[in-house]
Design a binder for this molecule. Structure first.
Ligand code: KDG
Length: 312
């Protein structure tokens, strides 16, 4: 049975293999990218069943996405093939130690996600529904699909997990702040970056107070190289990051969320959830790719081994 169900857009990813402007590349690596499917892969790699719901084009890139997710043992049985729009593409390049992404996604298949695409059985039979603010910014129909999924989850006592995941390329900060805050208040478990909380309130304390009106909810603040903090009815718990050399930060937030959610699904305590999140994030920042370096449980003990460690 699926434990985690995620909903969102996954794109084909074309990445520059070496640093430099995209315009001078003669070849690009081909993979896939999508915050929600990254989380599904993260949870599945650690050991819990996970499903992804989204729309892909009826094209080769759509088949690529489904094939990669299937290979990762993520359930894509509820994914939809759109015969009228193509699969979106994300490009990634590195310039002066900065990773830069650009999207070709407006009007593409993933943005055409709509409420009737949401498989009610898949949502109501899961234990956690995970969505992100990216879906709210994609299009009105994708936003409606996210709200429909949350209603279905709430009707079946499925825990709603929401990552603000603000993407400036998708919408203006004022529109995003309103929509993100509205969805945040419906979530049982909220993930936010420090910069995203700043967008929603004067300071972190004010934003947290506004977003956490009732008890029984958890807000997890992702602090990058300074780790993460969880706020719940028991107060605040901080966890430092695992020190690693940062190679490519894209996808690290999703890895953190996946590790944390695996802890939720396996009844780990708050400290263990944060540790799993930070460890998964560290694995992804220390290598290229949005999800390829996500760990299995067996990989985790090797994290933090000194430089030059050889396993024979
Ligand atoms: O969170 C990592 C993502 O940025 C990436 O995999 C693609 O979903 C994505 C997005 O919208 O940026």
């Amino acid at each position: 049975m699926t434990e985690l169900v995620t909903l969102g857009e996954t794109m084909a990813l074309l990445s520059a293999p070496v640093p430099g402007p995209l315009r001078h590349m003669t070849s690009l690596g081909l993979s896939i990218a999508g915050s929600e499917s990254n989380v599904a892969i993260a949870v599945r790699r650690l050991g819990s069943p996970a499903a992804w719901i989204g729309r892909v084009g009826a094209d080769e890139l759509g088949e690529l996405i489904l094939a990669v997710l299937r290979r990762e043992d993520v359930d894509v049985g509820s994914a939809v093939r759109d015969t009228e729009a193509q699969t979106a593409i994300m490009f990634k390049e590195r310039r002066h130690n900065v990773s830069r992404v650009s999207y070709y996604r407006k009007g593409y298949a993933g943005s055409r996600l709509c409420p009737s695409d949401v498989d009610e059985h898949a949502v109501s039979s899961a234990r956690v529904l995970h969505i992100t603010g990216i879906t709210l910014g994609l299009s009105p129909s994708a936003r409606a699909a996210a709200y429909a999924a949350v209603e279905m989850a709430k009707a079946s006592d499925v825990l709603v997990s929401f990552d603000l995941n603000y993407r400036s390329a998708l919408w203006a900060p004022s529109d995003a702040a309103r929509e993100l805050a509205d969805m945040a208040r419906r979530a049982d478990l909220l993930f936010a970056g420090e910069d995203e909380l700043a967008m929603l309130g004067d300071d972190e304390a004010a934003a947290l107070k506004r977003l956490m009106p009732g008890g029984g909810r958890t807000i997890v603040v992702k602090r990058g190289e300074r780790g993460a903090s969880a706020f719940d009815d028991d107060g605040q718990l901080d966890e430092p990051a695992v020190p690693v050399d940062v190679v490519d930060p894209v996808g690290a937030g999703d890895a953190f969320v996946g590790g944390y959610l695996y802890g939720v699904l396996n009844e780990s305590d708050q400290s263990q959830r944060l540790k799993l999140g930070c460890a998964s994030g560290a694995c992804v920042v220390s290598s290229f790719g949005d999800w390829e370096a996500l760990p299995t449980l067996e990989d985790l003990p090797y994290l933090g081994s000194g430089a030059g460690t050889t396993l024979r």
